[in-house]
Structures are given as structure tokens and as C-alpha cells.
Design a protein around this ligand. Structure first.
Ligand code: ADP
Ligand code: MG
Length: 665
């Protein structure tokens, strides 16, 4: 939306100046355009002003009245109570402000106010009383529907309202509506300028929603147009059409220690189709934890390698990269494929020279580093995509000439979010678990049950099973958390399971140390592994059937789900114990969701409801814009309409789509 006038710094708007500009900046408002789109958080309907005589208890009411008398009291514990008698021609009422002693300086007898709040009957005073929620000095200018803007200390409602009025009068005409008329009319939306004005100063309450919807539609439409355009550009790009030799693929599949599930076969077909095409594949592979995505990655890699191209697989942690490496070495045994592991702990020199001669390179984000270059990168696979930002994905993709891209994610994203985040990708879903899995049993236990949980665990270890104990670790209190985790390991070894081997793993260890411990755990030389969330993604030890999560209330819901996914990977019955003391409704909600379902999609929906989209998946780094008006949960229908409209336009009117896309950028 590059219009020079709209980029005018807010400071130069009449009535703003340096002081208020600073305050606005705190609200992330820096330009005229920001002001135009700085919408009220709610509205007050002053057409509903009532005579004092008609007020009833338990009403929320607005009155317009004069200050008749002022009385300030300070309680023994230094609490300020300001009681003001307000009167209008019909009667009078006592209004109360708590803890705002500075208002004493503002109020004077005879001053006219507009006050809203709750009407209650005070048994103590034997009369009605108004507990003030909001008030304003009545200048006679703010009647009708009055917008309430987000505020910050020092910025007054009246000030911001008058600034917005100025901006609307002076700049609204510069706001160009790039949404094609026919799309607008189809949705029966108002024009952009009209919608913006209405959302600031509606004439009646029922004008607000259509205006809001129009602007929410815009938020979605422009983003979807961007995704659609990206997708289109990708389709025009010259890729690397690969040949598929069915015999070779079949041979690789037959060599697997299991039969592919129907879902895996289906997904494989979709990928094969893409790999043969003239333009690069851009596909998201979704599948719940344990659904078997790794083998799909390997099969896709084999196709590229058979065609003489290199494949890179990027994983978010060293442990996971190492694990992929070990598995892939096994799966590709006898295939004469050169597989290499590349992580940040290796010497730089080694990292630079190795890359050329290998067919398949598995690594962490070390793969993106500048000195790493490929001979002919044909396929890029990103595992646990949600751990990487768009930039990191692109960083690896750029190391080839339009390579095929497969991103894999175990984070089951609700449909709405998937459309938002991955609208430029084709999507495949593994919606079926490998056979023979027994659903994990999840229990919530309080401290008092801890002992019996330990006894249960002891029995299982006796049977040969292995155990994860997970402790929380957050950045803010990393040192403390790490200590707690170490203490826990010592305690479990010495006091609880002296007859078994307890191990410890955390992110602060070197790659070598972590690797040694994971190998020992894989070989069942460690019976119980105390860990931070470094084991959260991808770790696959099918003999581990019990997970105990300490302070479960401190983990996010998707994180709990990912952690739980570390067990239940074989045919043995697996168990997940959540230990904790959830206090907030949200924390309780997370635990409840974990007990209610093991379905990743339901978990994701619950997560979205509990936390809102901003936090789910760390969306900010995933490249999701923050919308001005739209709410991805509430406005799902609008999102769908906007998506259809944007993609249709690209399909039917590519020229127009391209033009308005460029205007809007
Ligand atoms: P994720 O999708 O979480 O990455 P993995 O690829 O790690 O899952 O697979 C989980 C486990 O299931 C692995 O031990 C893998 O070998 C096994 N597996 C994958 N596909 C099948 C299948 N079709 N039948 C049986 N086991 C399978
Ligand atoms: Mg995986």
C-alpha cells in the first residue's frame, strides 16, 4: 500500500506532535496509515444515555450529569475512594472511583461529565450508587456512538478521538481500494473508505459488523493473494523433472522391515507425481507423531538420488538429525548411497569440503550456513517444519536451482491455520497410524500418587521396558531448571531406582555427549532417562513405553502432545503420567485436553482455543502476518471466502491479480 501521503509520520498530523507521537509509538502507531487502521477496541452507545431517575440496580448505564459535590476518603490501608454526587434534571446519584486520587484535581463543581458504569444498591448508604468504569468530560461533541481506542498512560480518549477525526478528514481519500469491485459486491461489503470511517465512527451499532467484516476480508484476501501468487510463480519456475523407475522404488519398499500403510502409499503417489513434474514440488506432509513420515522422506530421497541429484534433510535438533542418520543408514544399507551427517558441532573445515561427494546430507540448520554448498541439490526435505521459520526454509532451498521441496510436520494444524500458513503449498496427510499400535493411556497424578507411579514404573522396568522422565526448562529460568533436572536424576537414581540405571540428557550437553546417551538408551543400557524437552521432537525408541512429565502445567499443549508421542511407538501398551498442580483455568484446560484425547488434530484445536493463534506454533516466526482486524478463529468463514476469491482471481484474471497484488505490496 505504498502511498507516500499515508506514510507521513503520525507526528505531523495536526494535534499530535512529538509527545503524543511517542505515546502512539507505544501502541505501534507510527504513520498516518497506522492511524487510519488504528481501530477502536469497543464502542459506547451514548444514544442510550439515561435520566438518573430511571436507573435500576445491576444495570450497566451511561449518564450525562453535573458534578454536584466531591468527597475524597482515604481508608486506613491507604486506599483512595472518590465519591462524587452527580445530578441531572431528573435526580442525582453517587458515583464512586476507586484508587484514582489524581481525579480530585480534575473535578470541579458544576463540571459536566459523561459517566458509564455499573449501578448497584448500596445497603450501607441506602441508595443507588454508580461504580465508574469509564468517564469523560462532556464537551458536547462526543455523543452518538463513541469509540473507545486502546490507550496508554498519558493518552486520553478525547485526544485520540480527535486525532482520528483529523486523519479521516484529511487522508481517507488517499486510501485506495484495490479490492476489485465485483468481489466486493459479491460479498456485499462497503467500500474501503466507508468501512474504515464506519469502524471508527459508526452511526449505529449495527453498521459496525459489516464494516469489520469487510476489513477482515481484506486482511485475508491480500495474504491469500500473496500465497496464490507465490504458488503460481512456483508453477512457472523450471524445476527438475525426475524419472521414476518403478522397479527401484519397489525394491526399496520391499526392503523395508514393514509394509507401508495405505496412507503412506497414497502420500508416496502424490510425491512421485510432483517429482516428475516440470515445476518444483512444494509439498507439506502432515502426519501425527509416529505416523511414519521418515520413511517417506527416505523414499523421496532415493528417487532424487537415483536421478543423480543430491538430497538434503534438515532437522531441528542434533539428536534428531543423528537419529535420522542412523535410521537412514540402516534403511539404505546395500544401496551404495553416500549418506553424511552435518551438524553445528563439527569442524567448519570438514563442513565445507564434504558436501560435494555425498548423495544424501542430513543435518541441522548448520546446512544453511554460507560455506555449505551443494553439487546439484535436487530435493530439500525439512523435518518438523514448525521449528523453522520461512527464512530458514528458503535458506536451504536457495542452495539449489529450484529444487523440489518437501516439508514435514507432526504438528497437526487446524484447517484454518493450515490455509493461512501453507496456502502456497500442496498438502498431503498421513491420517493413519501403522498397525498394531495400542493407544497410550494417560493419567494425571498429584504428588500423593507419586509413590505408586514409581512402583508401577519399577514393575515395567522389570519387564524390560524403558522410561522417560521429562522436566520443564524455560529460557527465563534456565539455570534453575537445569539444576532441578539434574537433581531429579540424582534423586531417582539414589533414592528411587538404585537397582536400575538412570541417565540424564539436556540441551546444554555437547553433541557427542548427547549422542552417547541416546545410543545407550537405544541399546537399553539406560532404563530411565531424565530429560528436558530436547527429546520433544522426533525421538523414536519403541521400547520406551512410559513417560512421566513433571510440572506438566508448565508445558504448552502441543508440547505435551509431542512429548507423549515419544511413547506408544510399538505394540506394547504405553503410559503417560502427567504430574503437576495446574492452577489457572488454561493450565487445567491443557491437562484435561491431554486426558480427553490422543488425537493430534483435536489437541491442536484445543490449543488454538486455549491460547489463540498468536502463540500456537510460534506463528510469528512462521511468517504469518499480524492482521489488523481479522481473527483467524472467529472469522474462519471469511477466510475461506477470501481464499476462494483470491485464488479464483489468479486463475481467471491473472493480469488483474498480478496488478493489484503489486499495488498492494
Ligand atoms: P513420525 O511421523 O513421527 O516422524 P516415524 O517416521 O519416526 O514417525 O515413524 C514412527 C515409527 O513407526 C518408526 O519406528 C517407524 O520405523 C515405524 N513405521 C513407519 N511406518 C511404518 C509402517 N508402515 N508399519 C509399521 N511401522 C512403521
Ligand atoms: Mg519424525
Amino acid at each position: 500500500m505504498s502511498n507516500v501521503k499515508l506514510e507521513t509520520p503520525a507526528q505531523y498530523v495536526k494535534g499530535v506532535g512529538p509527545r503524543i507521537a511517542k505515546l502512539l509509538k507505544k501502541l505501534e502507531v507510527e504513520t498516518v496509515e497506522d492511524l487510519l487502521y488504528f481501530f477502536p477496541r469497543d464502542y459506547e452507545d451514548r444514544t442510550q444515555i439515561r435520566p438518573i431517575a430511571r436507573l435500576q440496580p445491576s444495570d450497566n448505564a451511561i449518564i450525562r450529569a453535573e458534578v454536584a459535590s466531591i468527597n475524597h476518603q482515604i481508608t486506613r490501608n491507604r486506599f483512595s475512594i472518590l465519591k462524587v454526587i452527580l445530578s441531572d434534571p431528573s435526580g442525582s446519584i453517587q458515583a464512586v472511583w476507586f484508587n484514582q486520587p489524581y481525579l480530585l484535581k480534575l473535578f470541579r463543581r458544576g463540571m459536566k461529565l459523561i459517566v458509564s458504569g455499573k449501578i448497584e444498591y448500596s445497603t450501607y448508604e441506602h441508595s443507588l450508587q454508580l461504580t465508574v468504569k469509564d468517564f469523560e468530560v462532556d464537551m458536547g461533541d462526543a455523543l452518538g456512538i463513541v469509540p473507545h481506542y486502546p490507550l496508554t498512560e498519558g493518552l486520553y480518549p478525547k485526544t485520540i478521538r480527535s486525532i482520528i477525526k483529523t486523519v479521516l478528514d484529511k487522508y481517507l481519500d488517499d486510501l485506495k481500494d484495490h479490492l476489485p469491485d465485483n468481489i466486493r459486491q459479491e460479498q456485499q461489503y462497503p467500500k474501503l473508505a466507508e468501512a474504515v470511517r464506519t469502524l471508527h465512527f459508526p452511526k449505529s451499532l449495527n453498521e459496525i459488523e459489516p464494516a469489520r467484516q469487510r476489513l477482515a476480508f481484506d486482511d485475508f484476501f491480500w495474504f491469500q493473494l500473496e500465497l496464490g501468487q507465490r504458488r503460481k510463480n512456483n508453477q512457472k519456475a523450471v524445476g527438475i523433472p525426475l524419472k521414476i523407475e518403478p522397479d527401484k522404488v519397489a525394491k526399496a519398499i520391499n526392503a523395508l522391515p514393514f509394509v507401508l500403510t495405505g496412507a503412506q502409499k497414497q502420500v508416496m503417489e502424490e510425491i512421485e507425481h510432483d517429482l516428475q513434474a516440470q515445476h518444483p514440488m512444494n509439498r507439506l506432509l502432515q502426519g501425527d507423531v509416529g505416523s511414519g513420515k521418515t520413511v517417506i522422506a527416505v523414499l523421496a530421497a532415493l528417487i532424487a538420488i537415483n536421478n543423480g541429484y543430491q538430497t538434503a534433510i534438515m532437522a531441528p535438533t542434533e539428536i534428531l538429525a543423528q537419529q535420522h542418520f542412523d535410521k537412514i543408514i540402516k534403511l539404505t544399507k546395500g544401496l551404495k548411497i553416500k549418506v553424511k551427517l552435518l551438524t553445528g558441532t563439527q569442524q567448519k573445515k570438514e563442513r565445507t569440503k564434504i558436501i560435494d561427494k555425498w548423495d544424501l546430507v542430513i543435518g541441522t540448520h548448520a546446512l544453511i550456513e554460507e560455506q555449505v554448498s551443494f553439487r546439484n541439490l535436487g530435493l530439500v526435505i525439512i523435518d518438523e517444519q514448525h521449528r523453522f521459520g520461512v527464512m530458514q526454509r528458503m535458506g536451504l532451498v536457495k542452495k539449489g536451482a529450484n529444487p523440489h521441496v518437501l516439508v514435514m510436520s507432526a504438528t497437526p494444524i487446524p484447517r484454518t491455520l493450515a490455509l493461512m500458513l501453507y496456502g502456497d503449498l500442496d498438502r498431503s496427510v498421513i491420517d493413519e497410524m501403522p498397525p498394531g499400535r495400542t493407544p497410550i493411556k494417560t493419567h494425571f497424578i498429584t504428588q500423593t500418587k507419586r509413590k505408586s507411579a514409581y512402583n508401577f514404573i519399577r514393575e515395567k522396568i522389570k519387564e524390560g521396558r524403558q522410561v522417560f522422565v521429562v522436566c520443564p526448562l524455560v529460557e527465563q529460568s534456565e539455570a534453575l531448571d537445569l539444576k532441578a533436572c539434574e537433581d531429579e536424576a540424582v534423586f531417582l537414581q539414589k533414592e528411587v531406582f538404585p537397582e536400575y540405571k538412570v541417565g540424564l540428557i539436556h540441551g546444554r550437553m555437547s553433541g557427542k555427549e548427547k549422542d552417547a546417551i541416546m545410543q545407550a538408551f537405544l541399546g537399553n543400557k539406560i532404563n530411565l532417562l531424565v530429560s528436558t524437552t530436547v527429546i520433544e521432537v522426533g525421538i523414536d525408541v519403541s521400547n520406551a513405553t512410559i513417560m512421566l512429565i513433571e510440572h506438566a502445567e508448565r508445558f504448552g499443549l502441543s508440547q505435551l502432545h509431542q512429548l507423549r508421542g515419544r511413547v506408544g511407538r510399538g505394540s506394547e501398551q504405553s503410559y503417560c503420567f502427567l504430574v503437576g498442580n495446574p492452577k489457572t483455568p488454561e493450565a487445567k484446560g491443557r491437562i484435561k485436553a491431554m486426558l480427553d484425547t490422543i488425537d493430534g488434530f483435536k489437541i491442536a484445536e484445543a490449543d488454538l482455543r486455549l491460547r489463540g493463534p498468536g502463540d500456537v506454533l510460534g506463528l510469528r516466526q512462521s511468517g504469518l502476518p499480524s492482521f489488523r482486524v481479522a481473527d483467524i478463529i472467529k472469522d474462519e468463514k471469511i477466510l475461506q471466502a477470501a481464499r476462494i476469491a483470491a485464488f479464483n482471481l489468479i486463475e481467471m484474471e491473472p493480469e488483474i491479480a498480478r496488478n493489484i497484488w503489486e499495488c498492494q505490496r
